[in-house]
Design a protein around this ligand. Structure first.
Ligand SMILES: [Zn+2]
Length: 192
């Protein structure tokens, strides 16, 4: 059975704050996890009117491996292909720190304004077992920083915990509305 959006774990599941393990051999189990990540992301995608499922880390389907998938063209909801990054690492950050909105499939309906580097270099291993490198800028650089954080047990809200003006709710009409910080601060779902 293919995984669905209901297999995506959300806060306060404590696994989201655990470090994932490096992948050794790319076994049939690892390949199956990658397929499951894609089907869970696409299932989530069709359930959301105003959002696109752009990426996922394996921990989000409760498999604590350092695996990330990134959609090949996240501006085109019709394009349902992804690239797999195994044991991804940021080797260099460049550019400026820019605060912009980001959300997470494991933190439903909540968005945050998070500072991220505008350019990163990433190295990883592909499903074929071969190492490769990419340079990402702008939103794609943000995606890599967000997803690689997941492999280290960090959720985007952890970066903005003390920022009163950084939390937003995605309303049903697709608009972001700033949230009351007192409610965020006392929200036991978000914080350990
Ligand atoms: Zn996420």
């Amino acid at each position: 059975m293919a995984l669905t959006k209901d297999d995506i774990i959300t806060l306060p599941n404590p696994h989201l704050r655990e470090k994932s393990s490096r992948v050794g051999l790319i076994t049939t189990e690892i390949k199956a996890i990658c397929d499951d990540m894609v089907s869970a992301t696409l299932s989530w995608d069709v359930s959301r009117d105003h959002e696109v499922g752009v990426a996922l880390a394996a921990v989000q389907i409760d498999k604590l491996y350092r695996i990330v998938i990134v959609r090949n063209d996240y501006e085109d909801k019709e394009n349902q292909t992804f690239t797999v990054f195994i044991n991804p690492e940021i080797t260099k950050t460049e550019g400026k720190l820019i605060a912009d909105y980001e959300g997470c499939l494991s933190v439903p309906d909540l968005y945050g304004k998070v500072k991220r580097y505008s350019k990163v270099r990433v190295k990883a291993i592909g499903l074929d077992g071969k190492p490769f490198r990419v340079t990402a800028e702008g939103f794609l650089a943000r995606i890599f920083q967000h997803e690689i954080d997941h492999t280290n047990g960090i959720v985007f809200v952890d970066h903005i915990k003390d920022q009163a003006d950084a939390f937003f709710h995605l309303d049903e009409d697709g608009k972001l509305r700033q949230l009351d910080y007192e409610e965020i601060r006392n929200n036991t779902i978000l914080w350990e």
